[in-house]
Design a protein around this ligand. Structure first.
Ligand code: ASP
Length: 280
């Protein structure tokens, strides 16, 4: 059993040591909760649960604390993928829900599994999700001051359960100040992908992640026989060739964990039951 989480790519770039420490301590706490949960739950249930904890923490750019789009509204995106049956579901630019990843989870049982905008919001309401504002004072102040550099991080989780199944979840408030309706990579197969061999969650500039098709490419390379390390290296070489800005975490079915970033900015944690590995 293994679990790896991340708290985003931009997290460390423009923030004080105090904020960094707070984020690292939040990740340490959340990964332990996720690991405990994994003891009795599937990888899929665990990535959803752990991502709700990350979404509920205002330090990260997902759920509560999400960035604000150019028209002053928060629109969030989240996706999950079950490696066991290769099913992906997600919401794109959903408004007014506390945990977008839980709406993505609900959609896994539907024939139509990726919903956007108004449709996603209506679907969430029809499933009993209460209207909830994820806006925080800090994000509104940054927005009002046009503080574009003060990015916080998208979140993601990959897990391998006791039956050897992999899953992934990724959730984001986007990049902030974007053209309303801009689609993040997080609810696409470029940012969030898993099969029975490998699970990958990305963070960084969504457009770059989509250009390099990072998550889907790494997973496919592992399935085709490359080690997770080689698959990451090859994919990030291609990302660097187009000057892309991204990071990713991953797990393969043998429990090998791997991560990489094109610039040293991602903040993430891994826990193996005894040791917590913290990065950045
Ligand atoms: N990938 C996210 C996006 O472009 C942002 C991030 O990871 O920080 O929407």
């Amino acid at each position: 059993m293994k679990i790896v989480i991340h708290g985003g790519f931009f997290s460390e770039s423009s923030q004080s040591d105090e904020t960094k420490l707070k984020k690292q301590s939040a990740l340490k706490d959340i990964i332990k909760k996720g690991y405990d949960f994994l003891q009795e739950h599937s990888a899929l249930e665990t990535v959803v649960y752990t991502t709700t904890l990350l979404e509920d923490c205002p330090l990260f750019n997902a759920g509560i604390g999400s960035q604000i789009q150019g028209d002053g509204k928060i629109r969030m995106s989240a996706a999950i993928m079950n490696g066991l049956d290769c099913k992906f579901s997600g919401v794109i630019n959903i408004e007014d829900v506390k945990n977008p990843v839980l709406v993505a989870e609900k959609l896994l049982g539907e024939e139509d599994r990726v919903l956007s905008g108004h449709g996603a919001k209506k679907y969430a309401a029809s499933q009993g999700f209460k209207a909830f504002s994820t806006e925080t004072k800090e994000r509104r102040e940054e927005f009002n001051l046009k503080l574009k550099s003060s990015k916080t991080g998208t979140v993601g989780c990959v897990a391998l359960d006791k039956n050897g199944n992999l899953s992934v979840a990724t959730s984001t408030g986007g990049k902030g100040f974007e053209i309303p309706g801009r689609v993040s990579d997080s609810a696409t197969i470029a940012g969030n992908y898993a099969n029975k061999d490998c699970a990958i969650s990305c963070t960084g500039v969504g457009e770059d992640i989509i250009n390099a098709a990072i998550a889907c490419k790494i997973v496919t390379r592992v399935t085709d026989g490359q080690s997770i390390e080689t698959a990451f290296d090859k994919t990030f070489t291609e990302l660097n060739e187009i000057d892309g800005f991204a990071g990713a975490i991953g797990l393969d079915s043998k429990g090998n964990m791997y991560w990489k970033e094109s610039h040293p900015k991602i903040v993430f944690a891994a826990y193996d039951g005894t040791n917590t590995f913290m990065f950045q």
